[in-house]
Design a protein around this ligand. Structure first.
Ligand code: PLP
Length: 377
């Protein structure tokens, strides 16, 4: 199997797998129980929180464990609905966000919240002019992705937070970091981020666990009520083994960011594109040149992506059409349309996404399989 769909999910790294198995076996008490077995589980969760807080350079009290980025995003956006004064109930977001944001915003809009959408340019970025104009409407919350899950386009949180400071200083900034956490250095305080959402399974951790960073003085109202876990923000018995594995996966990812060969991902992407360009395939690269090297979005004009996907599938090569969540939906990619691409290009897109565990051999084999499949179709 050659797995090049790492933006949808990733394989478990060894340290995460070891932690998951160990804690399922050894610290399976309820962290709310008062006996030692429960206390041990609680200790594992708090150690994990401290580990992740250390990586983000924030306080452990500012990290809340959730079931994943979708839940974290819902918590921030819906929290804003209840907790903010009426006058500030205006959200600025974009037409290129993940459905976790766009669908929540749709729901909020139908409940009277004003939602302002900006659209990216063809390079996936938001022009300063558009941003300034949108911020001028004085939103209470700005919610944008750091790395776009379909194209890899990057929005620099620090730049946005500086613009917020000068135009609408009361607005809070939420960053959906599902595709960047553990891949790009992020520091909520240095980058001016008030809320940040991430999922463990995007960085070689397990599914069903994620985090919400929220500054200590942030307004927060729970989405889930019950036993009052996670400082009363997120009730429900904690996923101890998943949380421990998340911390290990994060540690491993940061370690790689610091000590690993960061050019590896660029080398994979370049090798893939070199192989394609040697063929006479009719393709267009939709990802911006200055985006994340982890995500490569390409349109093979005139070829139905799901047919191409099936050909590759039969060779054990796994890629995705647009994003995994919307890949069963055959409409043109909403994100590519927002960037200004026409219907044909936006409906023939394939996403190839790399991980630090992919090899040059793998991407070369995959690119050759693309060329072969495209020449048949
Ligand atoms: N945000 C982005 C940018 C994503 O890519 C994803 C998942 O693909 C999510 C949010 C939702 O993450 P999860 O499904 O882990 O909750």
């Amino acid at each position: 199997m050659i797995f090049l769909d790492n933006a949808s999910t990733t394989s478990l790294c060894d340290k995460a797998r070891d932690a998951l198995i160990y804690h399922l076996d050894h610290t399976n008490g309820n962290p709310s129980s008062l006996h030692n077995y429960g206390n041990e589980a609680k200790r594992v969760i708090e150690d994990s929180r401290m580990k992740i807080a250390g990586l983000l350079d924030c306080s452990a009290k500012e990290i809340y464990f959730t079931s994943g980025a979708t839940e974290s995003i819902n918590t921030v956006l819906k929290n804003f609905w209840h907790a903010y004064p009426k006058a500030a109930r205006r959200i600025l977001t974009s037409t290129a966000e993940h459905s976790a944001t766009t669908e929540t915003c749709k729901f909020l809009k139908s409940n009277g919240i004003e939602v302002i959408n900006i659209s990216p340019s063809e390079n996936g970025r938001y022009s300063d002019e558009k941003l300034r104009e949108a911020l001028g409407s004085k939103p209470g919350l700005v919610s944008l992705m750091h790395v776009n899950n379909e194209t890899g386009a990057i929005t620099e949180p620090r730049k946005i937070s500086e613009m917020i400071k000068s135009i609408c200083p009361r607005a809070k900034l939420h960053i959906d970091a599902a595709q960047s956490f553990g891949k790009f250095g992020l520091s909520p305080y240095k980058d001016g981020i008030d809320y940040l959402s991430a999922s463990a399974h995007k960085l070689h951790g397990p599914k069903g666990v994620g985090l919400l960073f929220a500054r200590r003085n942030a307004l927060l109202i729970p989405l889930l009520h019950g036993g009052g876990q996670e400082s009363k923000l997120r009730s429900g018995t904690e996923n101890t083994a998943g949380i421990a594995a998340f911390a290990e996966a994060s540690d491993e990812a940061w370690n790689w960011m610091i000590n690993g060969d960061l050019s590896h991902i660029k080398i994979l992407r370049t090798a893939f594109l070199k192989e394609l360009s040697a063929s006479h395939s009719n393709y267009l690269v939709n990802s911006p040149d200055d985006g994340s090297d982890y995500i490569l979005n390409i349109s093979f004009i005139g070829i139905r992506p799901e047919v191409l996907l099936r050909c590759l599938d039969s060779e054990g090569i796994y890629v995705s059409t647009s994003s995994a969540c919307s890949s069963r939906n055959r409409k043109p990619s909403r994100v590519l349309k927002a960037m200004g691409f026409d219907d044909e290009r936006a409906s023939s897109a394939i996403r190839i996404s790399f991980s630090r565990y992919n090899t040059i051999d793998e991407v070369t084999i995959a690119a050759k399989a693309f060329v072969k499949a495209v020449s048949f179709l």
